[in-house]
Design a binder for this molecule. Structure first.
Ligand SMILES: [Zn+2]
Length: 175
């Protein structure tokens, strides 16, 4: 099966969430798979990334992370320059960003969401994509979270509630 899609939105593959306080070694696999997807598919890609201010609501929950202007909010080295960056200040990649207009200007409707973490920023962005009329797709190898059980449950949740297509990397780029 080769799955057709229009664009890739990579979320929070920044230093904070890979090698920083909120990162995990296994998230490096997500970076590699996302890079492979972007390069081999040749599709339009955007990196939407946390870049927080001290007054953002998330500070109350997580404390300071990925603060604007710090290394934590920078794209991980292996993805730097691979695509345009849009900064965000909440879990939702569409909230107060130019993502929706950027995708709609290009006529993109089927959107692959990649990145970390599955049960927070990915699920909120997939929900937001659904509310806006996009057709979300999630590639299993291109996302992860702290617990594997929670990843599985969240993928099911997105499939059931937002009609998200859950596929594997080989469904797009072959073996
Ligand atoms: Zn954040």
């Amino acid at each position: 099966m080769v799955v057709d899609f229009d664009a890739i939105v990579s979320i929070d593959l920044i230093n904070e969430f890979v090698t920083g306080r909120l990162g995990r070694p296994k998230f490096k696999r997500v970076v590699r798979a996302t890079k492979e997807l972007i390069q081999k598919s040749g599709k339009f890609a955007i990196l939407v990334q946390d870049s927080h201010g001290k007054e953002d609501p998330e500070m109350r929950v997580w404390g300071e992370h990925a603060m604007e202007g710090t290394g934590g909010s920078e794209t991980v080295p292996s993805l730097k320059g691979i695509a345009r960056v849009i900064k965000k200040r909440s879990y939702d990649a569409f909230f107060e960003t130019t993502l929706e207009e950027t995708l709609k200007q290009r006529g993109a409707r089927k959107i692959v969401f990649c990145g970390v973490v599955t049960d927070i920023c990915i699920v909120h962005s997939v929900a937001s994509a659904f509310f806006r009329g996009f057709l979300p797709i999630v590639v299993e190898e291109c996302t992860d979270t702290y617990s594997s059980g929670q990843k599985r449950r969240t993928l099911d949740y997105m499939r059931k509630n937002y009609g998200a297509k859950i596929i594997s990397l080989t469904d797009i780029i072959g073996k």
